[in-house]
Design a protein around this ligand. Structure first.
Ligand SMILES: [Zn+2]
Length: 124
């Protein structure tokens, strides 16, 4: 399957498409907004696309990868997680670490292949 290695800008598309490193400076990815302590305020104002060997969006053979770009001028401040949200995350992570065989928390996530913690796998 041939892969197009070159991404051309499509500035008249909706949203406009920018190649790697060619987006205007006020358009940031979600991750860049997060680093700046912001969150998206409006729908994406652009799309970043680049050719990658790691494959792209499903069902596109070009091997492109995409990221939404948000206007930093319309972004809003990030809301810190509430204590209840942090507690819920801690509970979920603890449930993930629990061994289904012995019911203890071994301090790590038990292997899905073993289906139990290492102590139970050795004992069996
Ligand atoms: Zn166990």
């Amino acid at each position: 399957m041939a892969r197009c290695r070159v991404v051309f800008a499509e500035l008249d598309a909706d949203p406009p498409l920018y190649p790697w490193r060619q987006a205007p400076p006020h358009l940031l990815t979600r991750s860049q907004l997060k680093t700046a302590g912001l969150r998206p305020g409006r729908r994406p104002a652009g799309m970043l696309a680049w050719a990658s060997r790691r494959g792209g969006r499903p069902r596109t053979p070009e091997g492109w990868r995409y990221a939404w770009l948000y206007d930093a001028r319309l972004a809003r401040p990030r809301r810190p997680a509430t204590p209840r949200q942090l507690a819920a995350i801690a509970r979920a992570l603890a449930a993930r670490r629990r061994c289904p065989a012995c019911g203890r928390d071994p301090g790590y996530v038990p292997s899905a292949r073993l289906g139990c913690c290492n102590d139970c796998a050795v004992a069996a």
